[in-house]
Design a protein around this ligand. Structure first.
Ligand code: GDP
Length: 468
């Protein structure tokens, strides 16, 4: 009967998991990117491609599929029941709607587990087993939280200096004006007043949210914009110091400043560090999605902040002997992909440039880092290809154009522009604009796999070696 069968199914699942762990067939794949980078669409498509790999999915570069060794993929209960379940069905529901819609983005950590059954390609596994099962755990977490890692090596004074100097840059000057005014008139040395600190920290959060809304990406502390379960907790109620130079050795006990320092330090020790300990140190492989095109759309400052964010995010993968990370945890990520998302927003002839642009951004950040045992790949992909490519004649020349549906469902046909292969020169921003439109997801038969660009190559790099 049913309960008994599910008991045995469970037992079998457990046994399979143990066996695949022994045979090193358990992969923990982490997916991150700043809000809007495309994590939700990406995981939805990844799961869909795998589930449909035996039928309608087009995965010519995924060797286990090409060699017809993939026997079946199924979703099973996730291992960590404290985490949100990745809303795959809801996401597919939205994409299958008429008219289709993008999945609702997830905002904290969520998880999904798949069992991938396959025939080993060769070696001992092929001799011993007719088939093997790989357990694939996919974990989704906000890239904003990675921007907190550098805080671990900054004390409150240094962190405040960074924030205050950042407030002077470009549009941040305007956005931070009311906050700076409030900070300048705040009595840092008066007896600690939690209510005042709450009001001030709300103003700080408002400023950070406005920066985000303006398309700026180097927004930290990460939990101030994406608090997860910490919404309302005093550990998120601090602000940077702005005033005459403080004597950090002699901060009066019980003062506002003493409270702020304590909260900042608790944020580092009780929020940031545990995240790295609980999750990060358990990942095997990581994909970071980067929305280069939106940054190009928004202009120079947004682009520069995206570059800075990549620099900061890369610190989380710096495993050099003296790196902060190695000293604190023992990470073991061995493959890392940086992927420019939404590549269906540019014509195929521009996709190489998009990859080169991201490569140059990552390279710029990697120069002074030593990577030990981490393979890094840069690519461009579309989780869900929402445009079609066509040709048109323009001034006697053939030109590729894209067509799709805009967010109101109107048919759109356009040439979105050239993608620069590296950071554009300053004058460039004044003379040429970018116009990458948003598309509705494609209309398609819900029984078919989602169309994509290069998801198969991504799967091969991330999982191919483990499915040998
Ligand atoms: P998240 O905040 O990182 O989870 O980002 P989402 O997955 O919610 O993506 C944000 C938005 O980017 C979506 O609502 C879509 O408009 C767009 N998007 C994401 N992936 C793709 C893609 O592959 N192609 C296109 N055309 N748009 C995408």
């Amino acid at each position: 009967d049913k309960p008994l069968r599910s008991f045995f199914d469970n037992l079998q699942n457990k046994a399979q998991e143990t066996a695949s762990r022994l045979a090193d067939k358990h992969v923990r794949l982490a997916v991150t990117g700043l809000s809007g980078a495309g994590k939700t669409a990406f995981i939805t498509s990844l799961v869909n491609q795998l589930l449909e790999s035996g039928s309608t999915a087009s995965l010519p570069f995924f060797s286990v599929v090409k060699e017809t060794r993939l026997m079946g993929v199924k979703r099973v209960a996730q291992p960590d029941l404290r985490l949100a379940r990745f809303a795959y069905e809801q996401g597919m529901g939205a994409l299958n709607n008429m008219p289709p819609a993008w999945p609702e983005p997830t905002r904290g950590v969520s998880q999904i587990r798949l069992h991938i059954k396959y025939q080993p390609a060769g070696g001992l596994s092929k001799l011993l087993f007719e088939h093997s099962t790989m357990v694939l755990d996919i974990l989704d977490y906000p890239g904003e939280w990675l921007l907190d890692l550098p805080l671990l090596s900054l004390d409150f004074g240094q962190w405040s200096e960074f924030c205050v100097s950042q407030m002077q840059q470009g549009v941040r000057q305007l956005l931070s004006a009311p906050l700076r005014e409030a900070l300048l008139t705040f009595d840092w040395f008066a007896a600690g007043d939690e209510v005042k600190l709450l009001a001030l920290s709300e103003q700080f959060r408002l400023y950070l949210k406005e920066c985000k809304a303006a398309g700026l990406e180097l927004v930290q502390p990460g939990r101030f914009v994406l608090p997860g379960e910490l919404e309302g907790a005093p550990v998120l109620q601090f602000v940077p110091f702005l005033g005459d130079k403080a004597d950090w050795e002699q901060v009066p006990a019980g003062s506002n400043l003493a409270l702020l320092i304590d909260r900042y330090e608790q944020y580092r020790d009780k929020v940031v560090k545990p995240f790295y300990k609980a999750y990060f140190s358990g990942f095997d492989r990581q994909i970071v999605l980067v929305d280069c095109l939106s940054a190009l759309n928004r202009g120079e400052q947004a682009f520069d902040e995206l570059q800075q964010s990549i620099n900061w995010i890369l610190k989380s993968f710096d495993y050099g002997q003296n790196s902060l990370l190695r000293r604190l945890f023992s990470p073991r990520i061995d493959k890392l992909i940086f992927a420019a998302s939404k590549a269906d927003h540019v014509t195929p002839d521009q996709q190489d440039n998009l990859i080169r642009l991201l490569e140059s951004m990552v390279h710029h950040a990697r120069q002074d880092m030593r990577y030990q045992g981490v393979k890094i790949q840069t690519t461009a992909l579309a989780s869900v290809k929402a445009s079609k490519v066509g040709q048109t004649q323009y001034q006697g020349q053939k030109l590729s154009v894209l067509s799709g549906h805009d967010m109101h469902g109107q048919t759109l046909s356009l040439y979105p522009g050239d993608v620069p292969a590296r950071r554009p020169a300053p004058t460039f921003w004044q003379t040429q604009g970018f116009e990458f439109p948003q598309f509705l997801p494609p209309r398609r038969d819900p029984l078919t796999a989602l169309p994509h660009i290069r998801m198969d190559q991504m799967l091969e790099f991330m999982l191919g070696d483990k499915l040998q």
